[in-house]
Design a protein around this ligand. Structure first.
Ligand SMILES: [Zn+2]
Length: 154
């Protein structure tokens, strides 16, 4: 077997080269081609159900401060004035005569301010704090010292 005849590659040399891609487009190619504009931006609707839930404030904010208040046993039928009264103590379950404790309340302070306005500025305005008749009265049990009632001037 003789070797294959050589390919006549030289015959292609004289042929004109095929036009390139740019040349094939020719004058018909005018400017860049813009992509299609996104005219319908509303094709992606937002989920509306996320806004349908009304705002519900939490009602768990009732954090009442813990205040230690001495329990006052107000009994019906017993009038707590500025004199000791005989009453029933619910704590020690006995009939007791209340012990009075005078505290400077609103009446004493108003009298003090009134005296200060009218010129009693040299200690005279402090006299209401020494007069039991102007103070509030608190009734205590003489046995257990619990507060059984109060009498306020104002
Ligand atoms: Zn008592």
């Amino acid at each position: 077997m003789a070797s294959a005849p050589p390919l006549e590659t030289g015959g292609f040399v004289g042929l004109p080269q095929p036009p390139s891609y740019e040349e094939a487009l020719g004058p018909q190619y005018q400017g860049p081609v813009y992509p299609p504009a996104y005219t319908k931006a509303a094709d992606y609707p937002y989920p509306a159900q996320s806004y349908n839930q009304p705002y519900q404030p939490t009602a768990h904010s009732t954090t009442s401060p813990i205040v230690s208040v001495q329990t006052v046993y107000v009994q019906s039928g017993v009038v707590f004035g500025d004199i000791p009264v005989q009453t029933h103590c619910p704590v020690c379950a006995q009939i007791v005569v209340t012990r009075l404790e005078h505290t400077s309340g609103t009446m004493a302070w108003l009298t003090c301010v009134g005296l200060f306005i009218f010129g009693c500025i040299y200690g005279c305005c402090l006299l209401p704090f020494c007069v039991d008749g102007l103070k509030d009265v608190t009734h205590h049990c003489p046995n257990c010292n619990s507060v059984l009632g109060e009498h306020k001037r104002l």
